[in-house]
Write a protein that binds this ligand. Structure first.
Ligand code: G3P
Length: 233
């Protein structure tokens, strides 16, 4: 399973990359707007310099022609740019055309299995079901991911299932259980995945015991240290 960061923040991307856990990035117009008036294309260049994996850049046109010209422009920025098109009739037309030109498309704002079927048929590289936003309106976002994985597996469709709108670690665990190809998550969720109170408690205990044993046998430890130094020399 690949892990993408769902952010346009360069510091978060740097930190995530330094953990060695980031396989790609997804952005959307809201996430880019949060970065405060950056030049979009230059910002995508900066992200692509930090990340070797796929970087999704979303079009803002609503008509197919507009999406095509934005999509071609973004795809020319770097080979790892994936164009993000919305799941509308125009978006599906743009997806089909961009795909036929060798440009990979992430179809976004997917909220039903029917929409996911259309994205795969249009040749999308990725489909992005939005889990959290479905949960927000009392529907089951994880069930949507499970349905899409099952349907795609039935036909061996190559479109990758990219679970999006992830809000907490259980979303990540459950999308992994469902067999999603990718989970894209805010940096905060990636950090939450690392943490467990018993890990912290266990570590504190190990170190406290270690310090106690070191201070109760000072001579033995000095001798041990000398042996180590001798071996290394
Ligand atoms: O990039 C799309 C996405 O993951 C949105 O997440 O939390 O705004 O619903 P959210």
């Amino acid at each position: 399973m690949k892990f993408f960061l769902d952010t346009a923040n360069l510091n978060e991307i740097r930190e995530g990359v330094s953990l060695g856990l980031v396989d790609g990035i997804t952005t959307n117009p809201s996430l880019v707007a949060k970065e405060g008036g950056v030049d979009f294309k230059q910002h995508v260049v900066a992200i692509c310099e930090l990340v070797a994996g796929d970087v999704s850049a979303e079009v803002t046109s609503l008509d197919t022609e507009g999406m095509l010209s934005e999509g071609r422009e973004y795809a020319a920025i770097a080979p790892n740019v994936v164009v993000k098109c919305p799941l509308t009739a125009d978006g599906l037309r743009a997806t089909r055309q961009l795909t036929s030109e060798g440009i990979r498309v992430n179809v976004t704002l997917c909220f039903s299995p029917a929409q996911a079927i259309l994205a795969a048929k249009a040749g999308a590289a990725y489909i992005s079901p939005f889990i959290g936003r479905l949960d927000d309106i009392g529907q089951n976002g994880l069930e949507l991911v499970r349905d899409i994985v099952e349907i795609y597996n039935n036909y061996n469709w190559k479109t990758e299932v990219l679970a999006a709108s992830i809000r907490h670690p259980i979303h990540v665990i459950e999308t992994a259980r469902a067999g999603a190809d990718v989970a894209t998550m805010p940096f905060k969720v990636m950090q939450q995945l690392i943490k467990h109170p018993l890990t912290d408690k266990g570590l504190d205990q190990f170190l406290a015991d270690w310090r106690k044993s070191v201070s109760s046998k000072p001579d033995q430890n000095v001798n041990l240290l000398k042996e180590v130094v001798n071996v290394r020399q």
